[in-house]
Design a protein around this ligand. Structure first.
Ligand code: NAG
Ligand code: NAG
Length: 301
């Protein structure tokens, strides 16, 4: 009887699969940086949590940095497949960085991608927009719009991000969009008043899932909600399970100094409930089998 209850629970819970999407400002990520064993180990432990990760501040144009990360990821669990997609190097000066998506290619695929056509030079690092397939009937695809703002232009860039949203939702006829990254949307870079007057706050339908007040910075001396995730779309919002900054120094028991060798930011993460089965979706055979095995449980169902 006990084991039958356990079986039923397993059947009910088994199909519930969380899909985790992350964004991380990896602070000047280079080959030299990932070549340090402790940095690599921690980065891989952070990456392995995510089905899709959007890295920011990748400053190497050489693909070896990401190739090395992927190799280590596959070493942890060879049953998984990973792939990546990078933007070009972006920036107004000689300092440039790219957005890099690292994703579980056994769960999701790239459907479309484009670099926002920033003819008015609104962004220092214009979003590299990607549409992914998802293993979900409710939400078969999802668009990600990353942004790493430049601290002196936060308000302007975040208002321009609303235009990127309009552009992409029109282009791909898609309402389900997640905007994410190091927005610098707090502390000295953006006052509370200006934050609350952003189009992404005043227009309906945008859900800021990393709440104001959540610390996304590593230093004990700073407490700012720089890194954000904004969810748009009915289907996407209906599947929302959890969202938070990932305090990796506490999680991996690192000192502040050790953590800062990886980044001065925490990753931010959102979890979607992709395959929450209702009892209806259990197969008829399963139900018959269960009711045969246990009349009591059969009645419950
Ligand atoms: C990805 O980066 C490489 C250089 O490492 C570059 O040649 C390529 O164009 C980038 N991909 C995109 C889509 O910009
Ligand atoms: C970007 O927009 C400008 C002006 O609308 C246009 O001339 C140009 O061809 C566009 N570039 C791309 C790559 O779409």
């Amino acid at each position: 009887m006990r084991s039958l209850e356990a079986l039923l629970l397993l059947l009910l819970a088994g199909g519930t699969e969380a899909f985790r999407i992350c964004a991380f400002n990896a602070q000047r990520l280079t080959l030299a940086k990932v070549a340090k064993e402790q940095v690599m180990d921690t980065l891989v432990q952070i990456l392995v949590r995510c089905d899709i990760m959007v890295l920011q501040e990748v400053v190497d144009s050489s693909p070896s940095t990401i190739t090395l990360l992927l190799r280590e990821l596959k070493r942890i669990d060879s049953s998984r497949s990973y792939s990546f997609l990078n933007s070009s190097l972006l920036g107004r000066s000689t300092y440039k960085e790219m957005y890099v998506y690292i994703f579980r290619s056994d769960k999701t695929q790239v459907l479309n991608s484009y670099q926002f056509n920033d003819t008015d030079d609104l962004f220092a690092r214009e979003p590299f927009v990607v549409q992914f397939t998802l293993p979900s009937k409710i939400l078969p695809s999802l668009v990600l719009v990353p942004l790493h703002t430049t601290p002196k232009d936060v308000e302007k860039e975040l208002n321009a991000l609303y235009n990127v949203f309009l552009d992409v939702s029109q282009r791909w006829q898609s309402e389900d969009v997640i905007l994410l990254g190091d927005f610098n949307a707090d502390c000295a870079s953006l006052t509370k008043k200006r934050l609350n007057s952003l189009l992404l706050r005043t227009e309906a339908g945008f859900h800021w899932v990393i709440p104001d007040g959540e610390d996304t910075t590593v230093r004990a001396s700073t407490h700012c909600t720089y890194d954000r995730i904004v969810v748009h779309g009915q289907s996407c919002q209906s599947l929302l399970k959890a969202a938070a900054a990932f305090d990796f120094p506490s999680h991996f028991k690192l000192t502040e100094e050790e953590a800062l060798s990886i980044s001065d930011h925490y990753p931010v993460e959102v979890e979607l409930n992709l395959a929450a089965p209702s009892i209806k979706s259990l197969s008829l055979t399963t139900l018959l089998l269960l009711s045969l095995l246990s009349p009591q449980l059969g009645q419950v169902i």
